[in-house]
Design a protein around this ligand. Structure first.
Ligand code: GLU
Length: 281
């Protein structure tokens, strides 16, 4: 222990050196993000179980708004679709996946907030969603105050679960699962009385053939969820390129096309395209 007298100044130098290594040390596999994808791949974190946003289809392909946004952004970074490797990043794993370098960017219904900004950087926002409730068609639950004592499902590591605790339903029996598909299965079986997360996600589930006519959204705007693209903390070069790509996606009409294609079938009425750098509190 005697040896561990590190002065504040030398600690700062060490921290700088470490972060410089982290920034410059991209593996070849992820590509440099310099627009020269070459033969390399880019790993992008998405959700695998959220219809309309990020879904792994039975044939192994991927669909959803986040997938389309990610594919557009990757193209601007110099990667063709076949150079993208999609990796599942569940809600609770996102910060760590970026910190470890498992993925270069994350497009996974990832809300920008101050807590997360301590660990990762966010490009965007590229979508504004709102927290809502999904219940069975015949449920009496129609607002947050009806949740007292009821079994409410959300996902570990999500803002949705956090908001229940901190804000609108502290007296609900909160069950936290690993993914929203598990919550929806619980709602169908009666294991839980309601599911809470972003309206964009809930609408996608409700519109699936196997659930058609069984559920309803309460239509509450319980929070503002500004979706950002997660980037490793300090990777300013990637951050700036992703922001430029998102701006282009809106201005050339591709954003609207992706909205129509992915949210149209679910009848999800999305908010207009946000402005990059402007967070709705
Ligand atoms: N957008 C919210 C969040 O980032 C809820 C959806 C999710 O868990 O991905 O936590």
């Amino acid at each position: 222990m005697k040896l561990r007298k590190v002065t504040a100044a030398s600690a700062a130098v060490l921290a700088l050196a470490l972060s410089a290594t982290a920034c410059g040390g991209d593996s070849k596999d992820e590509g440099s993000g310099s627009g020269s994808g070459g033969g390399g791949k880019i790993k992008i974190g998405i959700k695998y179980d959220q219809p309309g946003l990020g879904l792994k289809e039975p044939d192994g392909s991927f669909s959803g708004f986040d997938v389309d946004v990610a594919t557009y952004v990757a193209k601007q970074l110099g990667y063709k679709p076949d150079q993208i490797e999609f990796v599942e990043t569940k809600s609770a794993d996102r910060e760590n996946a970026l910190a470890r370098g498992d993925v270069k960017i994350i497009a996974a219904t990832y809300s920008i907030n101050d807590e997360r900004k301590k660990k990762v950087d966010f490009a965007g926002p590229y979508l504004l969603a709102h927290q809502d409730l999904l219940v069975k068609k015949d449920s009496k639950i129609s607002q947050a105050t009806d949740l007292n004592g009821e079994k409410l499902c959300s996902v570990t590591g999500s803002t949705s679960a956090q908001n229940v605790h901190d804000d609108f339903a502290p007296k609900a029996q909160l069950k936290q699962y690993g993914g929203y598909s598990e919550c929806i299965a619980g709602l169908q079986s009666g294991a839980v009385d309601a599911v809470t997360t972003d309206d964009s996600i809930l609408a996608g589930f409700a519109a699936q053939d196997k659930y058609k006519g069984q559920f309803k959204l309460a239509g509450l705007k319980l929070s503002n969820e500004n979706y950002g693209i997660g980037v490793k903390k300090g990777d300013t070069a990637t951050l700036n390129k992703v922001n430029a790509a998102l701006e282009k996606m809106v201005s050339d009409g591709s954003w609207q096309k992706a909205v129509d294609k992915n949210f149209g079938p679910a009848g999800y009425k999305n908010e207009p395209a946000p402005k990059v750098g402007v967070i709705v509190k």
